[in-house]
Write a protein that binds this ligand. Structure first.
Ligand code: ATP
Length: 520
């Protein structure tokens, strides 16, 4: 049995991994079998970035909405007919949970007849072989890959292949999907699939596309890493006017879009993960009129995305106003404001701000002020025992950073003057060594911390420290200033919680240490 759990865990981000565990637990508690399906499995195997998670449950996911909300997820929309919920899991992980089903298409252009089904039957209703795989998340079979159409081989061959000859007739939105995947992965259509695609195009099957799928495919455009490339292909293939009759690539604000993607990358490099999808939709439709854009918005199934797009400009104006006012009168205040603002808004404003002062503040936030962060006086702090082990360390470090930002701490003397009152008291001196019987008894009770390993003995009397247990950190230093590692410079943001304080080193000197080495 091929076990893909390791591959999955390796490829998912920590938040996506948590998302998988969460969905798995919720489904399990509700007595439903659950599988990771569709694009997520394809991307795990192919090595492409995993943009979202598709889950399929044997049961009705609409019943799980409350559980998801209780776990901190946001329900962005639901499709009652197809029993699907659109969820944003904690950490901003986009997910879709659908019920395992068969879809029987009885008449062209009519919605399919839906029946609950097993996972294998569900895989048969899918679009391409590479999307028709499932990874079990159930006890007993967790990690088992179900691949009835040999999608893994098509991933290897980099080919898009439909599951049967009627794929495009049954659901013409698959034509648009074929173009989208082909444009994104640069994978061609397999020969027979290409023939079916051409014939469907020639016969104008696209006329029968369901409104539901139009909205779904518009939404998918927002998640593309290179939406301009995809929308150009759509236009060339004649699909863009199907998504909206007024939409052309001339309506796209291309400069804004490419600037958005660059800034997003810059933010990713700094450790932020803003969701660019509302802003992508903004730029893709920037030159459509309000009514045309509103129609597109209405079609999007994920309501939270549609609303985020609708409110984008107003929210950006609010943030720009705050950045121009008292709230951002100093660099430290501006830093705090931008650190606590929604990163989606910072991203959008970074690209669209027209006031020079606002633009400059965002620029400083991304560049100059981060260099000042490197100037946090770690040697002085260590000297004063202000190290990450202290619970109040993050607060002190942040305060120092804010003062540095505002130019209020310049010289070493100023820094020390500020830090000294915040330094913890020095640790108590070790008690005097015990003598006589008491010492012997204590020595007998305390296990020796050093063990001589004759096999590895390098020289006479050589002693080896016991190996640290796997995954455990080495023994803490007796004194913070003796720590081998200098306190880590604050991660990207000084507001982040530092590692938990290490347990204190034993105050007593271990009397058995010397004796232990003699004994053996
Ligand atoms: P990505 O999210 O990376 O664009 P994806 O394959 O996950 O790709 P989604 O649109 O999220 O695409 O769809 C999830 C899965 O649902 C697909 O992988 C496919 O198995 C199935 N699916 C979606 N739309 C259709 C369709 N029109 N016909 C058949 N199956 C579909």
């Amino acid at each position: 049995m091929a076990d893909y759990i390791y591959t999955m865990e390796l490829r998912l981000t920590p938040n996506q991994q948590k998302g998988v565990t969460l969905v798995q637990d919720i489904a399990r508690n509700a007595g439903m079998n659950v599988y990771l399906t569709g694009g997520a499995v394809r991307d795990i195997i192919s090595g492409f970035p995993i943009r979202d998670l598709d889950f399929t449950v044997q049961g009705n996911p609409l019943k799980l909405q409350k559980e998801f909300e209780r776990a901190g997820a946001v329900i962005g929309g639901a499709d009652d007919d197809f029993k699907t919920i659109y969820v944003t899991l904690p950490g901003g992980v986009r997910a879709e949970v659908s019920s395992a089903r068969t879809e029987r298409y009885e008449k062209t252009g009519k919605p399919p007849v839906i029946t609950p089904a097993t996972i294998i039957e569900d895989l048969r209703r899918r679009d391409f072989t590479v999307n028709a795989m499932a990874l079990s998340l159930n006890p007993g079979s967790r990690g088992l890959l179900m691949d009835p159409f040999n999608g893994a081989a098509d991933i290897e061959a980099k080919l898009l292949r439909i599951l049967h000859n009627y794929a495009f007739v049954e659901d013409p939105s698959r034509l648009i999907r074929a173009s989208r995947f082909s444009a994104r992965f640069h994978w061609p259509l397999e020969e027979r699939t290409q023939a079916r695609y051409d014939s469907a195009k020639e016969n104008n099957y696209i006329e029968y596309i369901a409104n539901r799928t139009i909205g779904y495919e518009i939404e998918q455009l927002a998640y593309e890493d290179d939406p301009l490339n995809v929308i150009r292909v759509f236009e060339k293939e004649g699909w863009l006017k199907i998504l909206s009759p007024h939409w052309t690539t001339a309506k796209v604000e291309t400069n804004g879009l490419s600037q958005l993607m660059k800034t997003r990358q810059q933010m990713n490099d700094l450790g932020y993960a803003p969701d660019p999808s509302p802003a992508v939709l903004h730029f893709l439709t920037a030159r459509l009129n309000d009514k045309e854009a509103a129609e597109i918005r209405k079609a999007i199934p994920r309501r939270d995305l549609a609303e985020a797009w609708r409110d984008l400009e107003d929210n950006a104006k609010d943030l720009a106003k705050r950045l121009s006012g008292k709230e951002a009168a100093t660099p430290s205040r501006t830093w705090k404001l931008l650190s606590s603002a929604r990163q989606e808004m910072v991203l959008f404003l970074a690209v669209t701000a027209r006031q020079q002062a606002v633009e400059q503040k965002i620029k400083n936030f991304f560049t100059k002020w981060r260099q000042i962060q490197q100037k946090i006086p770690l040697p002085e702090m260590t000297e004063l025992l202000i190290t990450p082990q202290l619970p109040e360390y993050p607060k002190i470090a942040e305060e120092v950073f804010m003062l540095l930002l505002d130019g209020k701490l310049r010289s070493r003397t100023e820094i020390l003057k500020f830090l000294k009152p915040l330094a913890p008291p020095p640790p108590p001196p070790p008690p005097p060594p015990r003598r006589g019987r008491g010492a012997k008894a204590a020595a007998a009770q305390t296990p020796a911390p050093v063990v001589e390993t004759p096999a590895k003995k390098k020289g006479k009397g050589a002693v080896t420290a016991p190996a640290a247990a796997p995954g455990k950190s080495p023994a803490p230093a007796k004194h913070p200033t003796q720590a081998k590692e200098a306190p880590k410079p604050l991660a990207k943001s000084p507001t982040k919680t530092p590692p938990k304080p290490a347990p204190k080193a034993p105050a007593k000197k271990n009397p058995s240490k010397k004796k232990g080495s003699k004994k053996h």
